[in-house]
Design a protein around this ligand. Sequence first.
Ligand SMILES: Cc1cc2nc3c(=O)[nH]c(=O)nc-3n(C[C@H](O)[C@H](O)[C@H](O)COP(=O)(O)O)c2cc1C
Length: 224
Amino acid sequence: MKGRLYMKIGLINGSPKQRNSVSETIISQLKGRIEKGNQLIELHFRTNRLSDQSIGQLASCDCLVFAFPLYVDGIPSHLLACLRQLEDYFSKEAKKELRVYCLVNCGFYEGEQTAIAQDIMKNWCKRATLSWGQGIGIGSGGMVQSVANAGDDFRLKRNFARALDMVSKNILSLSEAENVYINFNFPRLLYKLCGEMGWRKQIKNEGLKVKDLNRQIDLGDSKG
Ligand SMILES: Cc1cc2nc3c(=O)[nH]c(=O)nc-3n(C[C@H](O)[C@H](O)[C@H](O)COP(=O)(O)O)c2cc1C
């Protein structure tokens, strides 16, 4: 399918974080590649209900690009609720073809971890009578923000930048393509060590102790 001269592209941040999410950074890195005179409609899904206005905005687009985090090998629950609402709308409304692209980032090292979430999105497209475009799985999500300001040829950023180039080209031509899963050019062990250091720092900032990282919530404990 050929792309149009000017397109309306819906960019959906599906992270529940209000700010500084990896998904937000991914969208901002993508924007520079797909703006080119196109109209970008940016929405942040943070609750489990979409307004009629948001649905109308999305329905007027030529394609939708979702960027969201992997949660328990799947889709964050608030986003799932919004997808159900959109499915209901799109499957009943007669509309033009709308292609869907997904950029899913995760905490684990390998981008392949997001494969199940990409399948869920692909199945959702079928039920919502939308067309699947492509999925990009980004492993080591925490690295995205560290390399955001680096040049695209910076060794650590290269795989991420190439994946964005690829999906941008497909978005601009409204094409379908195979999913792509990427890792950063960073040793796996070092990534794990840095992650563990980050968690220790975060838990201390919250006023808790490092051993609390292993604490299990005993639901039977809660009284009243
Ligand atoms: C509730 C929850 C579940 C998660 N489940 C997974 C998971 O199954 N696999 C994984 O690799 N990362 C998992 N993560 C990590 C997030 O995908 C990761 O931190 C991501 O970079 C957050 O993206 P965001 O900043 O755009 O929200 C989980 C995080 C949370 C809070």
